[in-house]
Design a protein around this ligand. Structure first.
Ligand code: GRF
Length: 199
């Protein structure tokens, strides 16, 4: 099995995936930004790193088509969005239905979209966290695979809270990817199925 990771920047989640020794090969890391720091890390590890620059396309549809073609060239079993900051159109999402996951820095369905940590602090929740979900056309609303909870502590600011959430992201995303690559995780009739550990 193989997977492709899509990034837009730092790429720490991509790094946690590559370091997790998953039961599949990382066929490529693809960024929509040529300056994404994560690209250098991928290249250092000998993983093909490609750029599909959204600024080079007239509109979202053209970008989506080019991105889909770049992914398909590697024929991956699984597509992992890891800090990928472009909204993807329905045809793109449907093309990879059931084989595309995203990591989101909140306990969905709370705080979809951007600025999740500031929103959590603003609302005063005591438990925050992160979610891995299958990607469906409704943004950050696909079926949930795994979550990790993080306590909000007195004196937290968005950056501090984000740091503790990120530590959990780095644990649950490789776990979800492992399940999928082991053939234990799937989307069936719009619901998540996870088989028991055969061991
Ligand atoms: C992560 O918090 C991810 O959940 C969010 O953006 C951040 C990306 O970080 N969507 P990195 O690029 O993986 O380091």
């Amino acid at each position: 099995k193989s997977y492709v990771v899509l990034i837009s920047g730092r790429g720490s989640n991509m790094r946690s995936l590559l370091e997790a020794d998953l039961p599949g090969r990382c066929a490529a890391v693809i960024s929509n930004r040529p300056d994404a720091a994560g690209l250098d890390y991928a290249r250092e590890r000998g993983v093909p790193a490609a750029v599909v620059d959204h600024k080079a396309f007239a509109g979202r549809e053209a970008f989506d088509v080019a991105l889909a073609a770049a992914i398909d060239a590697y024929r991956p079993d699984l597509v992992l969005l890891a800090g990928f900051m472009r909204v993807l159109g329905d045809p793109f999402v449907e093309r990879f239905a059931g084989r595309m996951l995203n990591i989101h820095p909140s306990l969905l369905p709370a705080f979809p979209g951007l600025n999740t940590h500031a929103s959590a602090l603003q609302l005063g929740v005591r438990i925050h966290g992160c979610t891995v979900h299958f990607v469906t056309p409704s943004l950050d609303a696909g079926p949930i695979v795994i979550q990790a909870a993080v306590a909000v502590l007195p004196g937290d600011d968005p950056a501090r809270l984000a740091g503790r959430v990120l530590e959990q992201e780095h644990l649950i995303y490789p776990q979800a990817a492992r399940w999928f690559l082991e053939g234990r995780l799937r989307l069936a009739g719009g619901r998540v199925e996870l088989d028991d550990d055969p061991a």
